[in-house]
Design a protein around this ligand. Structure first.
Ligand code: NAP
Length: 237
């Protein structure tokens, strides 16, 4: 049985990944930080193993990895999905805002990947899928710290793909456009309408549509590495 760790599996895109990987027969490790009720409910429905950890804290990530390694042996697929966003004028972004975004979106991905990379290299196999954003490619106004963190996810993906390719490990990145999840709870219906009009496919996307691409990269794709796959209805062409 293949094991997948999904960070931020309690909500949105991560939650849909938990459902999609479970349906494919994977043993799913559902990481979460705050949303305990949601995590428990999803686990009851899917059989996913819950692993609580704030991914920006190295001691919590290590504890999570030690538990997985000691009880289940290995991780075949990592989905570095957990992330936070914030809309602010650049002049209002504080040092704390900057650190908070980078600690979760970038350092968290680094800490989680590092815990499992040695074993993947030893086994000469593994898939690592990182979640960036279209703003990491184009830059989003009033989201400078978020955009910079998501650009870092792309740099991390490309460099690691080169380094781990000789060990048979694929590292890719998915860059969603506007997806209806809690992350966008501050958007109004009018905002959604405007964003849909800007999108060639004329609508916003669903978390399920992103999860399908993540599962494809993990399960079917064997000769794709170092790539950024846009799942954005054509927003970035
Ligand atoms: P969401 O609905 O807000 O869910 C975020 C998830 O991240 C939650 O499960 C949350 O868990 C987890 N998380 C946050 N901080 C964490 C931490 N310190 N440790 C562990 N888990 C943590 O967001 P989403 O829309 O699904 O976004 C998922 C990913 O897609 C993010 O990386 C985001 O940047 C990216 N993305 C989203 C969109 C979009 O339009 N929605 C577009 C582009 C990219 P808890 O609630 O349990 O803390």
């Amino acid at each position: 049985m293949k094991n997948v760790l999904i960070t931020g599996g309690s909500k949105g895109i991560g939650k849909e990944c938990v459902y999609a990987f479970s349906k494919k027969g994977y043993r799913v490790f559902l990481n979460y930080n705050k949303s305990e009720e949601e995590a428990k409910r999803i686990s009851e429905e899917t059989g996913a193993v819950i692993v609580k950890a704030n991914i920006s804290k190295s001691d919590e990530v290590k504890k999570m990895a030690d538990f997985i390694h000691s009880q289940y042996g290995k991780i075949d697929v990592i989905v570095n999905n957990a992330g936070i966003a914030e809309q602010k004028l650049f002049t209002d972004i504080t040092e704390n805002d900057w650190d908070n975004i980078f600690n979760i979106n970038v350092k968290g991905m680094f800490l989680v990947t590092k815990e499992f990379a040695d074993d993947m290299i030893f086994r000469k196999s593994g898939k690592i899928i990182n979640i960036s954003s279209m703003w990491g490619i184009t830059g989003g106004s009033c989201e400078v710290h978020y955009s910079a963190s998501k650009a870092a996810v792309i740099g991390f993906t490309k460099a690691l793909a080169k380094e781990l390719g000789p060990s048979g490990i694929c590292v890719n990145c998915v860059a969603p456009g506007v997806i209806k999840t809690d992350m966008n709870r501050n958007l109004t219906e009018d905002d959604y309408r405007e964003l849909s009009e800007e999108t060639p496919l004329g609508r916003i996307g669903s978390a399920e549509e992103v999860a399908k691409v993540i599962v494809f990269l993990a399960d079917d794709a064997s000769f794709i590495t170092g790539q950024v796959i846009n799942v954005d209805g054509g927003m970035v062409i």
